[in-house]
Design a protein around this ligand. Structure first.
Ligand code: ADP
Ligand code: MG
Length: 651
């Protein structure tokens, strides 16, 4: 075994081995010491936990609210029943084929379904569950509302799963496998992609993530898990009828996920157990409190109320609360062991008094003299006649632009000049109304953001687009998506190759964090940082993919003088390394010091392109900023805000 492999395998620590042993031990112990009633209960809680895991993948990881679980659960149960009873198939084969059918149906429906979002998606997926219910309820082939019987217990290589105890062991071992896969997935490339989609779709797409395909794959995985749960159910009940696959089950599974917590796969296990205990308690306590007739309605009432309370108090569910508790305990233990000062933020480390040495213009002159002459390289990004209309607004009209390798181009202009719109068209986040974009010699006008990213273009956003609940390291690692290729299945197992790749991505991410001075913040929640730090995290995320072109939309917002100077030096260095840099910025001192060329936009059109000096002395540009030579144009509030900002170089 190579050293690389050994190091990767170390990512699976002894904790994983202990976890597996404890899991198996606990399941076997519970099953063998329980009577048939409790073992049966345990078996059905296992099935609910499986369904919960399927829902957490789609709704918790990818953030897509789906209630299709009933339909796929039913496809598994009815599929297995039909194949074994009507066609005499071997049970295990029927289980596999039913899961394949669910996968095919899930994959085929995913693309049309995921054109919808939010409650529209919830409604459509709920309709799917309802359609399935109506189909089996009204078809004589499936026995209508009476259902179908005649199944035999599952038999695997000679062992027959006939007793409740064996059901419980089988179900919870499968739950263990799926839980493991879900936990591993979350730590890998594809899981991060799903969390990124949940956090911010445009930012995920700009990192090169094919959103439609990722959603389709996770939906398919969830369909397979639900179908396996359905097959297990059928082989244990030996009889299926429509009610368990309807709306009520979808709502129950949603309850489980919310109760346990959507953010962690543990939520499904905790949720399923808590819901069952709750139901048991209600069944025994309610008749005493409200009279025996109250159980049905009272049960729904109590569970519903509890759901509301949890959603308000702990939206991340019981698993989330436990997670915070564990994190708190771990922090206090760590602190007791090695008391250390908390990492200082970037802002605190700044020494403002040292302004003489951070004069950007002189730093730039010194660097340019040092680096001798730089010859711009090939044309890598070219826009011709780009226009964008928003209703009656010509946000960008006929803008052409050229960017060469090794060059820093600044795009400046008053607020509302169309700078961000231009960048959005270059990066594929917005489709142009007219004009074309060529990237690395290829026409990318019609391509989507993730495809443009695959051609070597990275970007940051004017308002930082970070991902909810992700730390700085993971956020930046999302940017490394295109540096890897491991998919859902390989990272869930995970294979040696997947572990090797993950370790490489971690190293590449650490390098970029180091370069941007973000290493100390690696484990901090990215969304909780200051604006300036968030902007730097975005730059790191854009750089880690090793792009050919990088577009930065107002990267200086929220940065102090020293941070701006470092950023200026970073851009100059990136240029020297051959990267093509386009930067939108308002801070003129920064622009003059960092750019090789400046393109000025005003009212959506190019006003001037030239060297920083040429632009600086251009009367038209000065007027645009002061808003004086446009007597024919109405003076809008956006131009007025610019008028109030003095043009610094003509003070
Ligand atoms: P800048 O980045 O230069 O400040 P923008 O590109 O954000 O300017 O905006 C240019 C113009 O387009 C503005 O008038 C703005 O109101 C308009 N605009 C930008 N995005 C949209 C949108 N999604 N829908 C409608 N109008 C928009
Ligand atoms: Mg803008």
């Amino acid at each position: 075994m190579s050293e690389k492999t050994v190091r990767s395998l170390q990512m699976l620590t002894w904790k994983h081995a202990v976890g597996v042993v404890v899991w198996i031990g606990a399941v076997v112990l519970f099953a063998t010491t329980s009577n048939a009633y409790y073992a049966g209960l345990g078996a059905s809680v296992g099935i609910l936990a499986l369904l919960g895991l399927g829902m957490i993948l789609v709704t918790g990881y990818a953030g897509q609210f789906s209630l299709a679980v009933g339909a796929f659960y039913g496809i598994g149960a009815y599929g297995s029943t039909i194949l074994t009873v009507k066609f005499g198939w071997y049970g295990l084969l029927a289980l596999v084929v039913a899961a394949v059918v669910a996968a095919a149906v899930g994959f085929a429906l995913a693309r049309p379904l995921f054109r919808l979002r939010g409650h529209f998606l919830a409604m459509a997926t709920l309709a799917l569950t309802e359609v399935f219910y109506l189909l089996v309820n009204n078809s004589s082939y499936t026995g209508g509302s009476t259902g179908m019987g005649g199944l035999r217990p599952l038999d695997v290589f000679g062992f027959t799963f006939a007793s409740s105890q064996s059901h419980m062991i089988l179900n919870w071992l499968i739950v263990g496998v799926v839980l493991w896969g879900a936990l591993m997935l979350r730590r890998g490339r594809e899981g991060r992609a799903l969390l990124a989609i949940r956090g911010h779709e445009a930012a995920a797409a700009s990192a090169g993530i094919n959103i439609a395909s990722s959603k389709a794959r996770v939906f398919t995985a969830s369909a397979v898990i639900s179908a396996i749960a359905g097959s297990l159910y059928a082989h244990q009940m030996l009889y299926v009828n429509p009610p368990p696959f309807g709306l009520a089950t979808a709502i129950d599974v949603l309850m489980i996920a919310v109760l346990g917590g959507m953010r962690s796969p543990w939520g499904a296990i905790i949720g399923a157990i808590v819901l069952e205990l709750l139901n048991q308690w209600i069944e025994s306590a309610l008749p005493g409190l409200l009279g025996s007739g109250a159980v049905g309605a009272g049960q729904q009432l109590v569970v519903g109320l509890l759901l509301v309370v949890i959603l308000i108090a702990r939206p991340d569910g019981v698993a989330g609360a436990l997670g915070s508790l564990f994190a708190f305990l771990r922090r206090s233990i760590d602190q007791r062991r090695h008391p250390s000062p908390t990492p200082g933020s970037l802002v605190e480390s700044v020494d403002e008094s040292d302004s003489g040495s951070t004069d950007m213009a002189s730093l730039r002159r010194a660097e340019d003299a040092d680096g001798a002459e730089r010859t711009p390289g090939d044309l890598v990004l070219e826009a011709t006649g780009l226009s964008k209309r928003f209703g009656g607004v010509n946000a960008v009209s006929e803008v052409s632009l050229q960017l060469r390798a090794g060059e820093v181009l600044a795009v400046i202009g008053p607020n509302g000049a169309g700078k961000s719109t231009l960048v959005n068209m270059l990066s594929g986040n917005l489709a142009p109304t007219a004009g074309s974009v060529r990237l690395g010699g290829q026409d990318t006008t019609e391509l989507k953001a993730f495809q443009v990213a695959r051609h070597g273009l990275s970007r940051t956003f004017q308002t930082p687009c970070l991902f909810e609940g992700m730390d700085v390291e993971a956020t930046v690692k999302v940017g490394a998506h295109l540096r890897g290729s491991v998919g859902m299945l390989r990272s869930s197992v995970p294979t040696i190759g997947a572990l090797n790749e993950e370790r490489r991505l971690a190293l590449e991410t650490a390098d970029v964090l180091e370069r941007l001075g973000l290493a100390e913040l690696a484990s901090r929640d990215a969304k909780a940082l200051s604006l300036g730090q968030q902007k730097q995290v975005e730059i790191a995320r854009a750089l880690v993919s090793r792009p050919k072109v990088i577009l930065l939309d107002e990267p200086c917002a929220g940065l102090n003088k020293q941070e701006k100077t470092s950023l200026m030096q970073l851009l100059r260095a990136l240029g020297r390394e051959g990267l093509a840099v386009l930067v939108i910025e308002h801070d003129m001192e920064f622009v003059m010091a960092s750019a090789d060329r400046v393109q000025v936009l005003n009212f959506g059109a190019t006003l001037r392109v030239g060297s920083p000096e040429e632009v600086q002395n251009d009367q038209g540009v000065i007027d645009a900023y002061l808003g004086v030579s446009h007597e024919n144009e109405p003076v809008t509030t956006t131009t007025m805000t610019v008028v109030k900002k003095k043009v610094w170089w003509k003070r």
